[in-house]
Design a protein around this ligand. Sequence first.
Ligand SMILES: *Cc1c(COP(=O)(O)O)cnc(C)c1O
Length: 463
Amino acid sequence: MKQELYRSIPKIDDLLIHKDIEALINSTSRTLVLNASRDILEVIRNEISQLTGDTYDISIETIIKKIHHSVNQKNAFKLRRVINGTGVVLHTNLGRSCLSDDIKAQLLDVSMHFSTLEFDTSNGKRGSRYSHVEELLCELTGAEAAMVVNNNAAAVMLVLSTMALDKEVIVSRGQLVEIGGSFRIPEVMKLSGANLVEVGATNKTHLRDYEQAITEETALLLKVHTSNFKVLGFTQEVSSKDLCILAHEKNLPVYDDLGSGMLIDLSKYGLMKEPTVGECIADGIDIVSFSGDKMLGGPQAGIIVGKKEYIERMKKNQLTRALRVDKMTLTALEGTLRYYRDELDALKHIPTLKMLTKSYLDISEEASLFASKLGITEKITHRLEDDYSEVGGGSMPLEKLLSKVIVFTHSSIKAQDIITYLRDFKIPVIGRIKEEEVILDFRTLSLDEHDVVVEALKALEQL
Ligand SMILES: *Cc1c(COP(=O)(O)O)cnc(C)c1O
């Protein structure tokens, strides 16, 4: 019986001239269909060899259906949109910040056409890639100069390699952080060619610790924002102001790796107080670096602002060429930064800030609207409940943002399988599980995503 099945597997050449497969080739590509067909025939051979029962469907229609399915899967975009129902605003695995809809037109226009990337239209000469955002960054932070690289990890590399190659950098033990994706400050420093000098204890570092560590070899004092953890209790850190006074007395610069980096003080809107980039500059910090796509809410980028003499040296470093950003990043960054000229504009237009400052009342209203759209369900049991969202992205780890979530179960499908089902929906919906129930958080769901999520839940109801 198996031999008979093997014999009835069609030849690849015969498959390729079948009219349905020809149509598929015409609408996609020959290579794609050929590879998918080979894969499917291989799967069929394996399935026959493992066969224990006595029926196996080897009709040409079934095989073609399988090839279609495989081609569709291979042909789909791998990097695509998802719906974030996790309540984690800066979800690094889901792409961190979402850009504002209002910069879409500019982003497309610049990406699809030639642009002023390194061209100065006022004199027809070569321009600087950084000029488009440098002025804005200076205006918004009070710094003398600015530049942008691929991400903040690259910024840290560039600053250290420019300022402290084969020299010593003094940093507090309490700030030797590991950030997600095994990015460790000590390792990065090693790679950049700077020598680390650790001072103080994990919980306490005093000004005299820095002072005693300064030698002829010292090139830089470094502060690192302990983004994703907090040392609580019996702790002490040296203030930026005091550190700057000490460093400048000794003719040394201070660099602050701020991590998230904010241009507005969100403590006015109920979040915890974090130093803004402008405050760091005002305290006397010589160089500050931060991410473009954390709480700033822009594209992935590493932004460096500070004293002109240092930024100029960084621009001339050969590493800069390897770390440079492209026009899409710069357009998205310029588009995002422009909103910061007016704080309320920024809060209104930048999705990350909008989600972080969304009021509990607004979230609750949206949740009720969603529940009414979903209507009465039989197999799905659901309720609205208070829960907490997170800032995410290694920022403000202790901050708990009061939010409203939908909690649901299905009469015959386990929570883990619901999560899988939602993840396979035409736009994947990403939720989380708490005590065997599925949760979607309305802080990170936008209103225009409600319909798709309702559709997903209604489809689930039919299972
Ligand atoms: C997040 C973070 C980085 C890395 O920034 P990326 O933009 O993700 O490369 C570096 N330093 C600190 C303190 C951070 O929080």
